[in-house]
Each structure stands twice: as structure tokens, then as C-alpha cells.
Design a protein around this ligand. Structure first.
Ligand SMILES: [Zn+2]
Length: 350
């Protein structure tokens, strides 16, 4: 049976140097005169001033200007309830938490949301979910894709390197996620949306062609992460972006004494899962070598004991979510690789 699908994708996409200074112009062109702006608390100067200046210059009033420190559902609901009258757009500027909260406020208010990430540490800036905490636990809540995505590639290039490296980790996860999806089809008949899988898989190759952190590399990384978010919207699930490697990362978030950046956890887990899947390992290694991903991990290695627990916990994180870890003997094999794979050795301490 073919089910009719209706999706909404970003209408405005700007990925270029200097895009932050054009934010006001993009809003004004969209007919907005009053916007609510949610900015990451502690966002490095002069980025907040540049955003404010561009709004002022374009005659867009920031009717609310809020610094976001927490991404709990209660804060998002309160911000929605306090939206000033006449606000016609919600803007999120900065990193993960501010963008997740702004996305959810826009979703609750049925208002167009403009995502302005200032770093590329994961694919969340253009995904149809908001990652919020409920009673202290991280949850992925259904939301909507942004109306506008404004990525200033010069700003993202100059962000702390570990954040961009983390984005590479979240990107390579698409190899293992798509492979897990296909394994789920063969093992339990889970339908695969070919187009979403194709989009997700294809995005990595464009970055592979120029895996560097200059303006062009950052442009390709941003575009790839953005298209991953759209792939999730196309099929209505997180399958094209999230497989066994994400389950391990979720387990670490829940059990580790000090969870690390999402993309760093997911990237190492993707490498490990690619060994189990016997596919794409060479491509992942090529990307990790080119971007010095390994160095970022070795600078602050993971705990091997915590990973052993996370791998065991991973298959029970999401009900009915078949991945390579669901296959017989997979957990033992993953543990063996964790202890013996030479590339993983510098990534862990006992
Ligand atoms: Zn991710």
C-alpha cells in the first residue's frame, strides 16, 4: 500500500559566510516585524550583538530576547506562554539547547522557526524533533522542521574545533544507521523508505569529497547534516539518521558519569558498529583520519567499563528497534572488538 505523505521542508536555506549579518533581512523579507529570539546563554561575543544589529538594521523588533541555559520542557512551555503579542516568528541562535527550545516554542505556537546554528556539532539544527529534558531525562519530542535555516559558514568554521569534529561523528552515523535499517528489513520486515535512505547515505559522500574545516568543508558538512534532518521528515522516523550507534550513545547519556558530546559518542560507536556490520569501515576511517576525529577522542578518552555497560544496555533502549546489536552473538563480538581493535585502543582507558 502506498501511503500519501505530506511533509514540510525549510523554505529558506542560507549556508554562506556572513549569513548571520543577513538574519534581519531574511526575517524582514518573510514579512516579520516582531520576532522572539532565543540565544544560547554564554554565546561568544560578538555573535549575539551581530544578530541583534542585523535585526535592528532591517527594522525587525526583537520583542523577546531570551538567553537559554536549560532545555527542559517546562522552560520551553513557559517561553511559549510568555510570547509577546504580535510575534510572528521564533529565532534560535547558538548551540543545541537554545535551538531545541526555540524549535519547540515555534512548534507550540505554530510560528515559523528560523534556526541559526553557530556550530555544527550534530544534525539537530534541522531535524523534526526537539531534544528536551523531562524530569531530568533527555527525550526526543516530535516537532517540526525549521522554516528557515541560516548557517554562517565563517562563524561555524571559527567555532571550537571539537564541536565541528563532533558533527563529523554524527554524520558518519548515517552509514551505520542506514545499514541497520536494511538489516531490520531483512530480519523483521521493517519497511525501508528508499528515498530517505538514499538521501541520508548520499549526504556523507559530498563531505567525503572535501573533508576539511575550511569554508567549503563547513558548507558541505552543514548541508549534509541539514539533508539528514530532511530525510527523517521524508520517512517520518529517525531511522535514516539513527541506528545502533545512537542507541549506544543514548545508553551512555543515561549511565555514564560524564557523558560527552553527542557526535563524539556516536562517531566512535559508528566505527565499532561498522566493524560488526562489515561495511563502510574504510570510509569512516578515511573521514576520521582526514578530520583528526581520533585526536579529539584521544585527548579525553572514554571509559571502557562504561562502554561495556552501554553496549549491553543499547538493544533495550528502544522497543522493537532492530539493529545489528539485536543479532545473536553481536554483543559478545562488540565487547571483543572494544577490547582488541587497535584503532579503538587510544580512545579508551580502563
Ligand atoms: Zn545524532
Amino acid at each position: 500500500m502506498i501511503r500519501p505523505t505530506q511533509i514540510s521542508i525549510p523554505t529558506l536555506v542560507r549556508v554562506k559566510p556572513g549569513a548571520l549579518d543577513r538574519l534581519g533581512a531574511y526575517l524582514s523579507r518573510g514579512g516579520h516585524r516582531k520576532a522572539a529570539v532565543l540565544v544560547s546563554k554564554g554565546l561568544a561575543a560578538p555573535l549575539p550583538d551581530r544578530a541583534a544589529e542585523s535585526l535592528k538594521h532591517a527594522g525587525v523588533e526583537p520583542a523577546a530576547w531570551v538567553e537559554v541555559a536549560d532545555n527542559d520542557l517546562e522552560s520551553a512551555a513557559r517561553l511559549f506562554a510568555d510570547l509577546p503579542k504580535g510575534v510572528t516568528a521564533v529565532v534560535g541562535v547558538g548551540g543545541g539547547k537554545a535551538l531545541d527550545v526555540a524549535k519547540y516554542v515555534g512548534f507550540l505556537g505554530r510560528l515559523p522557526y528560523y534556526a541559526v546554528p553557530t556550530s555544527l556539532s550534530n544534525d539537530g539544527f534541522c531535524s523534526p524533533q526537539s531534544s528536551l529534558t523531562i524530569r531530568g531525562r533527555r527525550r526526543s519530542l516530535p516537532a517540526a522542521l525549521p522554516f528557515g535555516v541560516v548557517v554562517d559558514t565563517a562563524v561555524c568554521r571559527d567555532a571550537p574545533r571539537v564541536l565541528t569534529v563532533s558533527g563529523v561523528g554524527d554524520l558518519v552515523a548515517k552509514f551505520t544507521a542506514v545499514r541497520d535499517w536494511k538489516l531490520a528489513f531483512h530480519a523483521v520486515g521493517e519497511p525501508v523508505n528508499d528515498f530517505a535512505a538514499l538521501m541520508s547515505d548520499g549526504t556523507i559522500y559530498s563531505f567525503l569529497s572535501h573533508a576539511a574545516f575550511d569554508l567549503e568543508g563547513v558548507r558541505l558538512l552543514a548541508t549534509a547534516l541539514l539533508l539528514n534532518g530532511i530525510a527523517m521528515e521524508v520517512c517520518g522516523s529517525s531511522r535514516p539518521a539513527s541506528g545502533s550507534e545512537h542507541l549506544i550513545s543514548h545508553a551512555l547519556d543515561a549511565t555514564s558519569a560524564r557523558p560527552r558530546l553527542h557526535g563524539l559518542q556516536v562517531g566512535v560507536a559508528a566505527y565499532l558498529m561498522s566493524l560488526l556490520q562489515r561495511e563502510n569501515t574504510d570510509r569512516i576511517v578515511a573521514l576520521f583520519d582526514a578530520t583528526r576525529f581520533w585526536d579529539a577522542i584521544a585527548a579525553d578518552p572514554f571509559s571502557r567499563a562504561e562502554w561495556r555497560v552501554a553496549i549491553k544496555t543499547a538493544p533495550s533502549i528502544k522497543d522493537g528497534y532492530y539493529t545489528v546489536l539485536s543479532a545473536g552473538g553481536a554483543l559478545a563480538e562488540a565487547e571483543r572488538l572494544l577490547a582488541t581493535d587497535p584503532r579503538l585502543a587510544p580512545c579508551f582507558v580502563d
